[in-house]
Design a protein around this ligand. Structure first.
Ligand code: ASP
Length: 379
């Protein structure tokens, strides 16, 4: 996080020295997350740490290829999330957490910043790629949000791949649920039908943990200046069946708008992110003329940030790091925890969290891929 501030200050100094350099921004930019939560240094073995970093790096590489080849922000968001949904390390698609009654229910959303069209699904149990179902809702239906059986039938009619629910099963998440329910004195459901034979604890890699987060999300800016955001999740471990979190609620866990010049994907305790309308609020803070602490640095950065090349200048806006940190601060004040990734129309990626870690990464045209896990790591 600190590097972002330093980069912002450096950009401002360059802006004062050279108006030409001030206009420079990457042609495309991408940021991803794989969930926020209690991820302390030392809580992951070197192998687990490396496995997460490799997964994030591989996902960034896929998105970078799409964007570098002129693909749309929406295509990049969908392609990257599909990869993360198939990776059992993350709580989305394969590897999703279980409901209290031992099922897996997926939520996902996608939003196109240029049209502010959006699609969302909740409670899917068989669609392999919930993010693609969300995109199909956005592009091929007059609706924004489909749930449960209706969403699943729609996805099937759209020709999207269906799998047996056992496809999503992972021993690690199952053991996590069992431990959680036992600790809370709640009944433990039967092992799901079709689940593979139980494996020894030692064979579970990464080993059992009870972190509830692990949602995946992507924000992107493409060569045409289009922004998009997408998020996909199994939700919270031990949730009631039928519970829907913030991820598919447009404006809470997912939001993109070229009018506001901002795209956001969130992860964390979804109920709080819904109540604080986090994703839209960050974009609103970023886009609207607002009062903020009379710090010279903030004021200067706000002015610097005010005019993405393709937009009118509505006036000084909150710098993206202030918008994100104040919003996550509000979530924390309410009792919630988690984080966000933010992309601006200038291609500036920002990460904010009030947890000890968030799996995350970013890459932009002409730059290196960067991944980070712990909150105090440079990003
Ligand atoms: N926000 C998700 C939910 O509440 C959980 C997560 O981010 O891990 O469903």
């Amino acid at each position: 996080m600190k590097t972002g501030v330093i980069a912002g200050v450096a950009a401002l100094m360059l802006a004062m020295a050279s108006p030409v350099l001030a206009q420079e921004q990457p042609a495309w930019s991408l940021a991803i997350h794989g969930g926020a939560g209690v991820i302390e240094r030392g809580s992951l073995s070197p192998e687990q740490d490396a496995a997460y970093r490799a997964a994030l790096d591989g996902a960034l590489q896929i998105g970078a290829e799409v964007l570098d080849n002129g693909g749309s922000a929406l295509d990049a968001v969908e392609a990257v999330i599909q990869v993360l949904e198939d990776d059992p390390l993350f709580n989305a698609g394969r590897g999703a957490v279980f409901t209290a009654d031992g099922r897996i229910e997926h939520d996902a959303a996608i939003m196109d910043g240029t049209t502010r069209n959006a699609g969302a699904v909740a409670g899917l149990t068989r669609t392999r790629h919930p993010i693609s179902a969300a995109r199909a809702v956005m592009e091929n239906s007059p609706h924004v949000f489909l749930i449960g059986q209706g969403a699943e039938t729609f996805a099937r009619d759209q020709g999207l791949e269906e799998v047996d629910p056992a496809f999503f099963f992972t021993e690690r998440r199952w053991r996590g649920l069992v431990r959680q329910l036992e600790r809370e004195g709640l009944p433990v459901p039967a092992r799901p039908a079709g689940a593979p034979a139980e494996v020894a604890m030692a064979a579970i890699a990464p080993p059992l943990d009870e972190r509830k987060f692990g949602t995946v999300g992507v924000v992107a800016l493409d060569r045409e200046g289009r922004l998009a955001a997408g998020t996909s999740t199994g939700g919270m471990s031990g949730k009631r069946w039928g519970r829907v979190g913030d991820v598919p609620v447009i404006g809470a866990g997912t939001y993109a708008s070229n009018v506001e010049g901002c795209a956001v994907s969130a992860t964390g305790s979804g109920e709080y992110f819904i109540r604080a309308t986090v994703a839209r609020d960050i974009c609103a803070r970023y886009a609207w003329e607002v009062s903020y602490p009379e710090s010279e640095e903030n004021r200067a950065m706000a002015v610097e940030d005010a005019c993405p090349s393709d937009m009118a200048c509505p006036g000084p806006r909150q710098p993206v790091h202030v918008a994100a940190s104040e919003e996550i601060g509000e979530v924390g004040d309410m009792g919630g925890e988690g984080g966000v990734i933010v992309m601006t129309a200038r291609g500036q990626a920002w990460f904010e969290m009030n947890t000890s870690g968030m799996y995350r990464g970013r890459v932009a045209e002409g730059g290196n891929r960067l991944v980070a896990i712990y909150a105090d790591e440079d990003d």
